[in-house]
Design a protein around this ligand. Structure first.
Ligand code: SAH
Length: 244
């Protein structure tokens, strides 16, 4: 599969900042309807056209629009506007020290991407709730880039309710975050391949409050994310990702 256009979806401006700076991406105004909070940055990375859509500041609350609804909308807009050959969702996430995660590790979502907060115990709806959008195993890609591989599990909370933990365990989730499964749903509808890159800001089983760890490590994790995101784009420029 020849890739020439990549759309990157990121939830938070602080996650995106090192990547924008490293490649001198230029802000593009008025790409989407002016009511929408999404920020768009355009540029070339290793000869490929890269469009970065950051979910932007919520106009009512003034904070980054994290979570599934803005991610869904950003992905739809990016596909409609830029017709990318590939989507990359790059962001931060919680890891599990019991599964060997360390702060600053970058994972590539492999196998599938699932939800852990959509419990719908009705016939047929249970599987719909979990999602399980298929992803490649990415053995070669991960080995080349020095990434860990794991199942990404998505929900709309930063904390972890016992019901969510139980579902993450059922999901065999190793990477807990708030956007990837929503993005995978849109990518699946439009049949655009997706890579999820997730840099670990916090260890959800460390005993420390997640929000404290998250804020402490956001900057370091975002730098690690930018390095691996750049390497991933380089890989796509040189190697056929469908063989990964
Ligand atoms: N800015 C907020 C937190 C943002 S929510 C604050 O100041 O506290 C966390 C963002 O990072 C989401 O986009 C989510 O995808 C990711 N994330 C990082 N660690 C996470 C975790 N343990 N659980 C869920 N999402 C996490």
């Amino acid at each position: 599969m020849k890739i020439s256009t990549i759309a990157v979806i990121m939830a938070m401006s602080e996650e995106a900042e090192p990547f924008i700076r490293a490649h001198g991406l230029q802000r593009a105004d008025s790409v989407f309807d002016r009511q929408l909070p999404m920020d768009v940055f355009l540029g070339k990375v290793h000869g490929l056209d890269v469009s970065l859509v950051v979910c932007g500041k919520d106009p009512r609350f003034g904070v980054d629009s994290v979570g599934t609804q803005p991610a869904t909308l950003s992905t739809y807009l990016a596909i409609e506007r830029f017709k990318p050959d590939l989507l990359i969702n790059a962001g931060t996430a919680g890891g599990f020290q019991a599964k060997g995660a360390e702060i600053g590790d970058v994972y590539v979502g492999s196998g599938c991407i699932r939800f852990h907060d959509r419990r719908i115990p009705l016939p047929g709806f249970e599987a719909y709730g979990v999602g399980s959008y298929p992803m490649p195993e990415f053995h070669q890609f991960a080995a080349t880039l020095g990434l860990k591989r794991g199942i990404v599990s998505t929900g709309n909370s930063l904390d972890m309710a016992p019901e969510d933990l139980a579902m993450i365990q059922d999901n065999e989730g190793e990477v807990k975050e708030m956007e990837a499964a929503a993005i995978a749903w849109v990518a699946d509808l439009y049949q655009v391949p997706l890579v999820a890159l997730k840099s670990i800001t916090d260890l959800v089983d460390s005993g420390r409050p997640t929000h404290e760890e998250f804020l402490e490590n956001l900057s370091v994790a975002s730098e690690a994310l930018q390095a691996k995101l750049t390497a991933a784009i380089d890989y796509c420029a040189c190697t056929d990702l469908s063989l990964a």
